[in-house]
Design a protein around this ligand. Sequence first.
Ligand code: NAP
Length: 315
Amino acid sequence: METQLYDAIIIGGGPAGYSAAIYASRAGLNTLVLEQGMPGGQIATSDMIDNYPAIPSCSGSELGQRMQDHATQVGAETAYGMVISIERSDQGVFTVQTDMNAYQSLSVIAATGATPRTAGFKGEDTYRGRGVSYCATCDAMFYRGKHVFVIGGGNSACEEAIYLSNVAESVEVILRRDQFRASRGMANRMLSHDNITVRYQTSIVSVEGDTFINSITFKNNSTGIEYEEHFEAGSIGIFVATGHNPATDLVANFVELASDGSVMVDSSMATQTPGLFCAGDMRAGSLRQVITAAADGAIAGVSAYKYVEACKETL
Ligand code: NAP
C-alpha cells in the first residue's frame, strides 16, 4: 500500500500544536497531528487556566480537548503514538516514525513543549513515585491529609502548592533563594492559604528511607548548615516544580540550539532546515504561556502553508 503524503505533520498536541493544525488545515493543508497522550500537552495537568483571553477560567484538560475538537472540525487528523525519529530525504520529504507507524510529509511542525526539570537532590530518582512527584494534579490524592513539600518558587510551584493545599494537611514550599520567581500576584495568592508555609533560602540535599522516604537532609543556603529531619515513612511527599527543559531530542540534528537547549527559530518559526518549523515552549525566547504557544502555532501553520505551496509549484 502506498504511504499517504501529508502536507504538514505536527508533532505534539498542545496549544502550539493544535493552533498550528487549525491554521494549516484552514489554509488547505492536509494535516496530521501526532500526540502521545491527552490533548493539551503540559496544560492537560493544569487545574485551572485563568489567563487565556475570553476564557476567564477553564481546566487545562478541557482547554486542550477544545483545541483538539476545533482542529478536528476544520479537517486536521490526530493519530496517537510516540514519535521516535524524524528523517528528511534529499527530495525534502520528511518521514516521521512513531512506535506504531511511519508517516510522510512535505513539512513538519515540532511542538513538543518541555519536560519537568529535576531538582538534583540525592535519592530523587530512587524515590520517584514513592514520595517524589512532578505533578500535583496527577499525584495529590496519594497525600490526602499528609505533609508535602514543594520545591521551587516559580508560577508552577505556586500553582502546585495551591492545588496541594486543598488535599494535603499542610504544604511547605522549599525556596532556594529569599525571593520567588513567580509573579507577585501568584505568590500572594499562594501565601494567603493558611496551610501553606515557606522555608526560605533552603535546598533539599538528600532523602533516605526504605520503601518510602523517612528522612530529609536540608541545607540552609544562607549559613551553609545542613540538618536532617525524620518522618514516619509514607507520611510526606516531595513535589518538584523547578521548571522545565525544552523537549528537543527529536529535532536536535536538524536545528541550531540556544545555550538553554531551546531551538533557534526565525520570526516565521522556521529552523535552519527547510520545511521544519518549531513552535511553543521548545523554541528560544518563548514566554511559555498558553497564548504565546498558540500564537507560535498559528505562525508556524501559516509558514508551513507558504513553504508547502512553494514546494508544490516547483514539483
Ligand atoms: P520557572 O519560572 O523557571 O521557575 C523555576 C523555579 O524553580 C524558580 O523559583 C527556580 O529558582 C527554582 N529552581 C530551579 N531549579 C531548582 C533546583 N535545582 N532546586 C531548587 N529550586 C530550583 O519555571 P515555572 O514555574 O515552571 O514557569 C515556567 C514558565 O511558565 C514561566 O514563564 C511561568 O510564568 C509560566 N507559567 C505560567 C503559569 C500561569 O500564568 N498560570 C503557570 C505556570 C507556569 P530560582 O528563581 O532561584 O532560579
